[in-house]
Design a protein around this ligand. Structure first.
Ligand code: NAD
Length: 390
C-alpha cells in the first residue's frame, strides 16, 4: 500500500518500512565512517533498542565495536491495513544489515519490565552468547506494571509549584504560554517507578543471578539535565525525580560490585518521548538552530557513536561520575544564544528564532518519512518480518 504519515497528537500512527530502513542505513554509514573501536564490549544487551538513543547505541555497538547485540523491543508488526510500528521496521532493517555484515543480532519483543521478558532474554543470552559484557538501559515508557500486578503511569509535571513558560503548538506553529501543574506525591512515586532505576537494577540482578553477565561488565542508562528554562519541567520536575533515582541506582549497582554502572547525560533531541514534554520542543527547535549555526549539532547516532568511541569505556566523566554527552549543548556560547532567542521568541518570529523545519523533519524521520532515495508515492509492502522473530 501507499503509506503516508498520519499524525495524532505527539505521535505518528503510521510508519514507512523503506524509509525506516534507509534511515537505519544512514546511521550505520555514519558509524562506519568514524572507524572501528578496539577494546569495546563484544556481547551487548540493549533494552529499549528500537528507537532513539537505544537504537543508536545498538548500531554503535555493532558497527563500531563489532559487537553481537541482543535488543529488547516493545513493538507491533503490521496487521491488516495498519503499518508496523517504526521500531519494528527499524529492528527488521538493523537485523538484515547486521546479517549481511556478518554480525550477530537477535531481538526479544515484549514488555521489558516483565519477568517473562527478562527470563526469555536471559535464556537467549545463555544459549547464544553465554554472558553479556555490556547492558544499555534506554527505556522511555509511559507506564509499567510491576511483578505484583500494579500499574504505574508516569507524568511530565513540575514538583511543588506550577510553572508557566512558552511552548509551541506544533500543529499550527504558534507560541503560547502554558502552565504546567505540579504532580501529586502519588504521581511522583509512579513516575519514579516507571522511569527510575528499579527496573534497571532488576535486570542487572536477574542477569547476575543467572550468571549471564561478565564480571566488571559496563552498564549505562540515559538522563537529561538541560538549562534553567527547562528545569521546572525536567530536571526539577517529576521526570527529574525519576532521573535522580536512576543516578542513585547507578551508584548502588557499582557499589554492589560486578558491574560498572554509568549515567550518560545526553543532548535534547526530537524523539517519540521528548515530543510529549511541554516546553521542551520549543527549546529543542531553538537549540537546533543555534547548534547547527555553530556547526556543533548532533543527532542520536552522532551522540551515541561518540559516547561509545570516546567516553563510556574510557571512563570520561564529570566530577560526579556522569558521562556528559550534553557537553556541546551546555557550552556557554550555545546556552547564552539560546537564552537570548528564548526571551524574544513569539509566533511572528519563529522562522528567524528557531529551526522549526529541522524539528518537523526529525519528527517525521522517526517514523521513516523524509528519507533520501525513498519514493513515498510507490506501493510498498507493510508486512516486514524481523528475521530473529520469524
Ligand atoms: P524513544 O521513545 O525514542 O525510545 C524508547 C525506546 O524504549 C523505544 O525503543 C521503545 O519501544 C522502548 N520501550 C518503551 N517501553 C518499553 C517496554 N515496556 N519494553 C521494551 N521496550 C520499551 O526515547 P529516547 O528519547 O531515545 O529515550 C531513551 C532514554 O534516553 C530515556 O531514558 C530518555 O529519558 C533518555 N534521554 C532522552 C533525551 C531526548 O531528548 N530524547 C535526552 C536525554 C536522555
Amino acid at each position: 500500500m501507499v503509506i503516508k504519515p498520519k499524525v495524532r497528537g505527539f505521535i505518528c500512527t503510521t510508519a514507512h518500512p523503506q524509509g525506516c530502513k534507509a534511515i537505519v542505513k544512514e546511521q550505520i554509514d555514519h558509524v562506519k565512517a568514524q572507524g572501528h573501536t578496539e577494546n569495546s564490549p563484544k556481547k551487548v544487551l540493549v533494552i529499549g533498542a528500537s528507537m532513539g538513543y537505544g537504537l543508536a547505541t545498538r548500531i554503535s555497538a555493532a558497527y563500531s565495536g563489532g559487537a553481537a547485540t541482543i535488543g529488547v523491543i516493545f513493538d507491533k508488526p503490521a496487521s491488516g491495513n495498519r503499518t508496523a510500528t517504526a521500531g519494528w521496521y527499524n529492528t527488521a532493517a538493523f537485523e538484515q544489515f547486521a546479517a549481511e555484515d556478518g554480525l550477530y543480532a537477535k531481538t526479544i519483543n515484549g514488555d521489558a519490565y516483565s519477568r517473562e521478558i527478562k527470563e526469555k532474554t536471559i535464556e537467549l543470552i545463555k544459549k547464544d552468547l553465554g554472558k553479556v559484557d555490556c547492558v544499555v538501559y534506554s527505556l522511555a515508557a509511559p507506564r509499567r506494571t510491576t511483578a505484583d500486578g500494579v500499574q504505574y503511569t508516569s507524568v511530565l509535571k513540575t514538583v511543588g509549584q506550577p510553572y508557566t513558560n512558552k511552548t509551541i503548538n506544533l500543529k499550527d506553529n504558534t507560541v503560547n504560554d502554558i502552565t504546567v501543574e505540579p504532580a501529586t506525591e502519588e504521581e511522583i512515586t509512579a513516575t519514579v517507578k516507571v522511569m527510575g532505576g528499579e527496573d534497571w537494577k532488576d535486570w542487572i540482578d536477574a542477569l547476575k543471578a543467572a550468571d549471564a553477565i561478565e564480571d566488571n561488565a559496563v552498564t549505562v542508562a540515559y538522563s537529561y539535565i538541560g538549562p534553567d528554562i527547562t528545569h521546572p519541567m525536567y530536571a526539577d520536575g517529576s521526570i527529574g525525580k525519576a532521573k535522580d533515582h536512576l543516578f542513585e541506582t547507578a551508584k548502588e549497582l557499582t557499589k554492589n560490585g560486578g558491574v560498572r554502572a554509568y549515567i550518560s547525560v545526553n543532548k535534547a533531541l526530537v524523539t517519540q518521548s521528548s515530543a510529549a514534554i511541554p516546553i521542551v520542543p520549543l527549546y529543542i527547535s531553538i537549540l537546533y538552530k543555534v547548534m547547527k549555526e555553530k556547526g556543533v549539532h548532533e543527532g542520536c547516532i552522532e551522540q551515541m557513536c561518540r559516547m561509545w568511541n570516546e567516553k563510556l569505556f574510557a571512563g570520561v566523566t564529570d566530577d560526579e561520575g556522569r558521562i556528559r554527552m550534553d557537553d556541546l549543548e551546555m557550552q556557554d556560547d550555545v546556552q547564552s544564544e539560546v537564552h537570548k532567542l528564548w526571551t524574544e521568541i513569539a509566533t511572528d518570529n519563529l522562522d528567524t528564532h528557531a529551526d522549526l523545519e529541522g524539528y518537523h523533519t526529525d519528527f517525521y524521520r522517526l517514523f521513516g518519512f523524509g528519507a533520501d532515495g525513498v519514493d513515498y508515492d510507490e506501493d510498498t509492502d507493510q508486512n516486514v518480518t524481523i528475521p530473529s522473530l520469524m
